[in-house]
Ligand binder design. Structure first.
Ligand code: FEO
Length: 397
């Protein structure tokens, strides 16, 4: 990526990772970007860096604008290594004694990642920094995405540098929201579902605080994906909607299968749900990545989980999905379990236990069927589907 001037004297000097397909378990089918921002003022500032492997590319981008040695200040909005991995190369190049601004937790966390004794300056929430003609303000945003996370706001240009917030794992020819339009929203939704869903309450609180402070945004610059400049309000509204986890009339039937018996049950349940006029999506766990399933979970009202019993346990992909989903803390869901078994049949009980931990409303004890579902078994699954569909429609059974 060549440096892109996003506003007068402000550049995205980050890198595009076209080929990444697995970001710590999140399927990044469209690649991603690591955005880093250079502000040329009386003081020259670099906000965030890139993954270690892209550090030289970023320094090359900076060199096309200014000698990196002229950078006066580095700001680290977030310690995770997709944004801090380039710090050792950058600090070495610009001068190890240059001030490195971060949050208080940033200081602790960066120190745990890097042995170098950099010239850290831990900022207070709301602290300002004059660059000459422009002023930066630091906003603590703990847990969005790590305890160290903060946003940096550029008052004069009304630009928010939002770290992971409002980001998307997307690499493409488009660099701004007006260039890609609504096609970016599924990527933003997936990012929220897999990275920020468990911090929904904090997202809502943050939006409230920003409203109270009366901050205005002409541009929101996340560290991943496109920059929001045409309509920054759109992604803020979407974050509020996703944070509230208001469900739609939609159900997911998430399952795995060994000899197609649990799959046949999934299909009958899905048919029963559809019979009630509810949108339903059967999702086979070896055909769908867990991160794509989580994206669907956000606005589904019911999550129905199916697993064969394998060696007295859940099928491994089902255990994986339940563990992953539990960590992301989806709310306001109806749940139910089903599965085929040979001789012991623990899967339904084990799934229900996990759904209970997630505080799902378990509307049925679930169905387990020995070996292969016959007509009676499939009919029972269909009726379970209808029961779920009615519950989603708000009709008592
Ligand atoms: Fe893009 Fe939490 O790092």
């Amino acid at each position: 990526m060549k440096p892109i001037e996003i506003a007068k004297g402000i550049y995205n000097v980050g890198a595009v990772d076209w080929n990444i397909r697995d970001f710590h378990g999140y399927s990044t089918n469209a690649g991603t970007t690591y955005n880093a921002f250079l502000i040329i003022d009386e003081k020259i500032v670099l906000i965030d860096t890139v993954k270690k492997e892209f550090a030289d590319q970023m320094l090359d981008n900076i060199s096309q604008i200014v000698d990196p040695k002229k950078i006066d200040i580095v700001i680290s909005n977030h310690t995770e290594m997709d944004h801090s991995g380039g710090l050792p190369r950058v600090m070495h190049r610009i001068g190890e004694d240059k001030p490195l601004y971060c949050s208080k937790m940033g200081l602790k966390n960066l120190s745990r990642h890097f042995p170098q004794k950099w010239n850290y300056h831990a900022v207070e929430n709301g602290e300002g920094l004059s660059l000459g003609k422009r002023t930066l303000t630091f906003l603590e945003t703990r847990m969005l995405h790590w305890p160290d996370s903060m946003f940096t706001y550029l008052k004069e240009d009304k630009i928010l540098f939002s770290s992971d917030g409002f980001g998307q794992h997307y690499a493409g020819p488009e660099k701004f929201d007006d260039e890609i339009g609504d096609a970016i929203m599924p990527h933003a939704k997936k990012y929220f579902a897999n990275i920020l869903l468990l911090y929904s309450t904090k997202v809502l609180k943050l939006v409230e605080t920003v409203m109270e402070l009366g901050l205005e945004f002409d541009m929101i610059c996340p560290d991943h994906g496109i920059i929001w400049r045409k309509d920054p309000g759109k992604i803020i509204e979407a974050y509020v909607k996703w944070s509230k986890q208001e469900p739609e009339k939609k159900a997911l039937v998430v399952y795995d299968t060994m000899w197609h018996s649990t799959e046949a049950m999934a299909e009958s349940i899905a048919e029963g749900i559809a019979e009630e006029g509810v949108e339903v999506k059967p999702m086979h766990l070896r055909k769908w990545n867990r991160s794509d399933i989580m994206t669907e979970v956000i606005d589904a009202k019911a999550i129905i989980v199916g697993s064969p019993t394998l060696n007295n346990q859940l099928f491994p992909t089902v255990a994986d999905m339940l563990t992953y989903m539990k960590g992301l803390k989806p709310k306001n869901k109806i749940g139910a379990a089903f599965g085929s078994y040979g001789w012991s049949g623990e899967s339904v009980k084990l799934i229900n236990k996990e759904l209970e931990v997630m505080k799902f409303d378990i509307i049925d004890p679930g169905i387990k069927i020995q070996y292969v579902p016959d007509k009676k078994g499939k009919d029972a699954c269909f009726e379970l589907g209808r029961k779920i569909g009615k519950a989603i429609n708000g009709i008592d059974d």
